[in-house]
Ligand binder design. Sequence first.
Ligand code: ARG
Length: 595
Amino acid sequence: MEKILNIIGSEAAKAFDECGYEEKYGMVSVSNRPDLCEYQCNGAMAAAKAYKKAPIAIAEDVTEKLKDRAIFETVEAVKPGFINMKLSMEFLTRYMNEMLEQKDLGCEKASQARTILIDYGGPNVAKPLHVGHLRSAIIGESIKRMGRFLGHKVIGDVHLGDWGLQMGLIITELKKRQPELVYFDENYQGEYPKEAPFTISELEEIYPVASAYSKEHPEYKEEAMEATYQLQHGKRGYQALWNHILEISVNDLKKNYEKLNVEFDLWKKESDAQPYIPEMVEDMKKGGYAYFSDGALVVDVKEDGDTKEIPPCMILKSDGASLYNTTDLATIVERMKLFEPDEIIYVVDKRQELYFQQVFRCARKTKLVKEDTSLRFLGFGTMNGRDGKPFKTRAGGVMRLEHLIQEINDEMYEKIIQNKMTQNHEVNPKEARETAEIVGLSAIKYGDLSNQASKDYVFDVERFTSFAGNTGPYILYTIVRIKSILNNYKQQGGNAKTCRAKLFDGTNESVRSLLLETVRFHGVIENAFADIAPHKICSYIYDLANAFNHFYHETKVLDEEDLEKKESYLALLVLTKKILECCIDVLGFHAPEKM
Ligand code: ARG
């Protein structure tokens, strides 16, 4: 379906043209003074300069033409030259019925589908998932879903961190604890055991211990670095251990991400990019891009017009070892080769922004990507606790994701039980647990996504789990409320799915506001994706849910005696529900049947 703004815009463009002005002045936007009008066109002001006429005269000319068009109820020229528009009920009704008829609410798919690879999640093997990885997973998943909804081919890659010092640390600590393991036997030639010599809990205990110990003991760190080097250069026993670590970690990660309703198409790892490094480095040298500076191989990436110093991108250290940079660049080579993406989006902590700026510039300069391949960095802010400091456990440690989810679910469970009790409903603890999980996820995800990604935000369990205000549970509550009305209607023998709006009472402001919110849907999704900004979808559904609850407060639906009116209201309910459900699906959560 054509977007509402485009329909109004082309009417306005036509009117400008008929009056002898260029069509381009017919740009329309949603009014920023909803008390005065619904949509507005400010083109007369710009046209005034070009045609050397008073803006109000132009606005009046154009308004005269627009007045009689069926889509408008009123059109007014207002000093100094605004054109204020209010849509006709008839047009709005027709538009909403069409949304109900069409697949995906009539959302048009991209005319040119792009291949977009999203690099998100970014957990590190053998280190427990912590809240920092939560944001990347939640935001990335939502962008992936938006892109797919709009018809793009989107590939999500978890890009596991499996190539760093953490591997050497774990190997070193294991060797210290169990030197007799066959993996450490230099003379061993046979096959290594299929079973890992540790469980995931042991693994997760090992890493922090090793990491802390290495900070105090340089010789231990030295050993870990050596082990990392040996691993990276193919030492058999270490590689066998690394495979165990990987397998156990990945299984555990998959479980965790599943709980978050986050799903990756690719489980690629930093190590997968390593084979691409030698040729990439050779090409960078041959192309004259890379040169040695203090023994290290670097590529200059500063550009004219930089306001701050952008240091060179380091490709190889002086001992020939590769770095995080090298891996990321080689990963770009790999991705271009395997998927030929039109765009790669990185959803990573915003503290890595400068780093990615270097990587992107280097990739472009050394021609790892095509000229029109877009590389985008979506940096997110820190998730803070109520004290304004990075989120920690009560004991002050790094909060593990699992525990955080548990905490939210428990809080949600309490609220659901309380809510039921105050409403004199029966409580089924098992059901309440299941509902708490669904609603809990909405609390976490909406709490995150409703903030502009780049901003830091306060993770406030109390606020996020509230049924009132700008929260996930409030949105779900609204959906559940509509479901229950529709169920009652069904019990009366009706079928709301086939209801279509006939005509609404044009003077009913709460109906009007709700209708106006529903028809904005397509524009909001498109705009949110263009700006990779899930928070725009959140703020839209918050407005929509508010408009619905206000309407429902003012209107009797099932008790309405006028059948045409009643069915019109029901159609509006179905549409509101569909939009909310579609939007939360794009955000990555869903609604329960009851709550
Ligand atoms: N593993 C990294 C971290 O924990 C994040 C990876 C981000 N993606 C990338 N292509 N560098 O910081």
